[in-house]
Design a protein around this ligand. Sequence first.
Ligand code: MG
Length: 334
Amino acid sequence: MSLPDDKVRLAHGAGGRAMRALIAGLFLDGADPELRRLGDGAVVRVGDLDLVITADSHVVKPIEFPGGDLGRLSICGVVNDLAMMGATEVLALTSSVILEEGFPIAALERLHASARAACLEACARIVTGDTKVMGRGELDGVVFSTTGLGLARRVVRDDGLRPGDLLLVTGTLGDHGLAVLAKRHGLGLQGDLRSDVAPLNGLIALAMAAGELHAMKDPTRGGLISALTEMAEKAQVGVVLSEPAIPLSPAVRAASELLGIDPLAVANEGKALIGVHPDDADRVLAALHAHPLGQRAAVIGRVTAEHPGALLLDTGFGVRRLIERDGDPMPRIC
Ligand code: MG
């Protein structure tokens, strides 16, 4: 695949079509078959065990925001990508920190304490890491890069949606993206806006015990629209969403209307999209509701054989197609 750009654009890191085109154009030719699947992580078989490995770098701006910070994000990001593959038992994490000269040590202490607290929540431990410092102006503050290794008793992929499946979401959408945006621009809206950043492995373990999950993905950069478009394209199925069923907090609803930003196109850091057989949906939904992070879980749509690769939104008054953009409308979101 030839690349239409000769310079990197912000959209190339924004989780949508531009990013996938860059990856496909640069990294997939001759790549390992597991990498070519472009999942949330990769399965490495060791003996009769399915280990899952995933890597993530975190560049969020600002580094502290309502509901979380860069330290918490750096743990939850990898724990959630492992969980999306079915690896709810986290075996080990690595943490690399790149710092700009002059970065306040007190802020670094806060980020580290927050990362440790998130590890406790996820029953995860950091077993090795690395620290580098770059000169003033050579980096914007701090970057955290994390690798995760987990064990999957049953591997789940993001390409497994089947016609007839029901689509569940584990809670409200848009919270992380809008909370970070409001804080970054000092919009004075952030009173009720809080990031949802949280480790999902405990919640997903309950869901996996309650039914057979056909497909799973966390709607991070690019939000629900990017994640579901990718799932629909990979499985060559259509997805019809019911707009009234999609859970949104009142604060997200108000802020997104005010700012003209679609809450379905911005990042979440503590939510999962799950495709299940309709016979299992009630049991899985009940399991999600039994966990503190799944209180607002809901069935939001169904999977069809028609319209392969397309995402349709039934508003209750009509049906329209949701088109994925180049990527998340906000850079530096996670
Ligand atoms: Mg993911």
